[in-house]
Ligand binder design. Structure first.
Ligand SMILES: Nc1ncnc2c1ncn2[C@@H]1O[C@H](COP(=O)(O)OP(=O)(O)OP(=O)(O)O)[C@@H](O)[C@H]1O
Length: 418
């Protein structure tokens, strides 16, 4: 290990021994290390890494997400963390906390602006990756997910060597032959380093028609699966192309949290199944958690079963769009007796992006019932632990709350224009 000492990059300085101890100590607190690799750029590696990390955290696992793409760190954008600056001291860095159990570190936090280019040689990059692993206060983690730059160069090699032989590779490809050829090199790379391969993910295999939901193959499918067979490694699954994945990445909300019923999110759910099984938390037949079933407020047994339902209203009835309502009805209900206990009408603050979800959560809402809601607002609610039901179709707040408690609430399409 000592040849990767960040102080000397050569393994001969006096710091090497103590650095190795520190690295060992940090790694001993991380149960599983997953390194997300791809032979080719732009195949969706950061998207897959981020969605895996968030899915695992939604499943209740303690997760670290480390972006070692020194030249194009994209995790800060994908998680709406641009502009965050971790607390840094000598030999110590505080990761940015994204949710109660997901912590993130990326070089993107250290670069002053998007325009700045990083021009570093191999040993400097290796030193930095080492610092990101050993100096970051990761604490006890179930999983550390590492997003590497494409190829089999310095960064993936440093990450693998520093994390040790038990770090497992998740290799992402697209179905086309050129991508698959490059990915074949990634498989060989892992074999040469002696690291196990958890499996291959084929991303952008097929296009989900936004009108009918049918998956249409744009490229001949199956390249990733064929490669997995050829190289005798696991095939973890195929994620179709969904324009919403691009939108999620550009706007900085997490796709699997918001579009958990989509084909692509279901595919991602299948991919994390063996990963969760590795942590011994998923019995056969259990669905991997999604935003809809993992962050709903859970009342401790024995506690009164009251909850507060927030409903946007106009003229006393459900307002079809959450962001355009006159007032919010806060309906208190007792879920055991299925009775409405009372309704309070509150005037919301002026509608500006991101304000309403925070305000509604502060009013103590456990659930929001609405006709339509934008993806960003849904994501903010999920982060705040407030469940959201979209596609409700009219009625008074009390009627909607009662229908919800009786399991008869009708929901359809999300009536949202953005
Ligand atoms: N399943 C998908 N459907 C639609 N778009 C996708 C999908 N997966 C990824 N993308 C989009 O493809 C683009 C590249 O994705 P991403 O940045 O994750 O790739 P990458 O392999 O990490 O890139 P790089 O080589 O630059 O590190 C992004 O715009 C992303 O939103």
């Amino acid at each position: 290990m000592s040849e990767h000492c960040s102080s000397c990059a050569g393994g001969s300085c006096e710091n090497c021994g103590s650095k190795d101890e520190k690295l060992k100590n940090t790694l001993s607190k991380i149960k599983h290390k997953l390194v997300v690799l791809s032979g080719k750029g732009g195949v969706g590696k950061s998207t897959v890494a981020t969605n895996i990390a968030v899915s695992l955290s939604l499943a209740g696992k303690k997760v670290g997400l480390l972006d070692v793409d020194v030249h194009g760190p994209s995790v800060p954008r994908l998680l709406s963390l641009k502009g965050e600056h971790p607390h840094v001291e000598k030999d110590y860095m505080e990761p940015i906390q994204w949710s109660p159990n997901l912590w993130v570190m990326s070089l993107g936090f250290m670069i002053p602006s998007d325009k700045d280019a990083v021009i570093w040689r191999g040993p400097v990059k290796m030193g930095l990756i080492r610092q990101f692993i050993e100096d970051v206060a990761w604490g006890d983690l179930d999983f550390l997910v590492v997003d590497c730059p494409p190829g089999t160069g310095d960064e993936p090699m440093s990450a693998m060597q520093l994390l040790g032989k038990d770090a497992q590779a998740v290799i992402v490809t697209t179905p086309q032959g050129v991508a698959v050829d490059d990915v074949r090199r990634s498989v060989t790379f892992c074999h040469q380093l002696g690291n196990p391969i958890l499996g291959i993910v084929e991303n952008m295999g097929g296009f989900v028609c936004p009108k009918c939901g049918e998956v249409v193959d744009i490229f001949p499918p199956g390249g990733g699966e064929d490669l997995a067979r050829e190289m005798n490694v696991n095939f973890l699954g195929r994620i179709p192309i969904d324009p919403e994945v691009v939108r999620a990445g550009d706007e900085g909300y997490v796709y699997v949290k918001v579009h958990h019923e989509s084909e692509a999110a279901k595919a991602m759910g299948r991919i994390i199944k063996p990963i969760l099984a590795m942590a011994g938390s998923l019995q056969d037949g259990t669905q991997p958690p999604t935003a809809s079933n993992s962050q709903a407020p859970v009342k401790p047994q024995g506690e009164a079963s009251t909850m507060k339902i927030a409903i946007p209203i106009a003229n006393g009835l459900l307002c079809m769009h959450f962001g355009h309502c006159e007032q919010f009805a806060m309906v208190s209900v007792d879920e055991t007796t299925k009775k409405v206990l009372g309704t309070e009408f509150l005037n919301p603050p002026p509608h500006e992006p991101g304000v309403l979800p925070k305000w509604v959560a502060e009013q103590g809402a456990d659930l929001v019932i609405t006709g339509g809601m934008g993806a960003r607002a849904q994501s903010l609610f999920t982060e705040a632990g407030v469940k959201v039901l979209v596609g409700a179709q009219g009625g008074s707040p009390e009627e909607l709350a009662t229908a919800f408690m009786n399991g008869t609430l009708k929901t359809g399409q999300n009536i949202c224009d953005h």
